[in-house]
Write a protein that binds this ligand. Structure first.
Ligand code: RP5
Length: 164
């Protein structure tokens, strides 16, 4: 199975990436995590992206905050799918990172998830791998069913709790 390459711009992005790695672990998907910054270590970020396909990665996930150019910088250097996670920093509530990540120019796409959307980034990467890994597709369906059952249980609870 191909690996998921996870890159974050700083160790301050770790709480978001922990949600990503926990989710990938639950699916038994291999991954590798790095800290490379589009601004502070541009050469390392570029080399990682350029060699990612030959190093066995199938999808890249990039998490960054503020002027978040990491996902776009990786995407510029690979044709692997790149998923961007805009991270909320101490100012602007993550809107800065959201716009920096999502507003890619035509030709270099980045699939952007919600601000701090570490779980969805992992799920989307699993969905991409599932195109060629049928057992992952089965696990995704099972998770959707489990999640739906949990909502319906809450529905029952609220019905009985707030009964007229
Ligand atoms: C971005 O700047 C990082 O991804 C992080 O979200 C933000 C702040 O980085 P630190 O100053 O906490 O290292 O490049």
């Amino acid at each position: 199975m191909k690996k998921i390459g996870i890159v974050m711009g700083s160790d301050s992005d770790l709480p978001v990436i922990k949600k990503t790695t926990d989710t990938l672990k639950a699916f038994g998907v291999p991954y590798e995590v790095h800290i490379y910054s589009a601004h502070r270590t541009p050469e390392e970020a570029k080399t990682f992206a350029r060699t990612a396909a030959e190093n066995g990665f199938g999808v890249l996930i990039a998490a960054a905050g503020m002027a978040a150019h990491l996902a776009g910088a990786l995407a510029a250097n690979t044709v692997l799918p790149v998923i961007g996670i805009p991270c909320k920093s101490t100012t602007l509530d993550g809107i800065d990172a959201l716009l920096s990540t999502v507003q890619m120019p035509s030709g270099i796409p980045v699939a952007t998830v919600a601000i701090n959307g570490g779980v969805n980034a992992a799920l989307l990467s699993v969905q991409i791998l599932a195109l060629t890994e049928p057992e992952l597709a089965q696990k995704l369906v099972a998770k959707r069913e489990k999640d739906a059952a949990a909502v319906l249980e809450k529905n029952q609870n609220v019905l009985s709790m707030l009964e007229a």
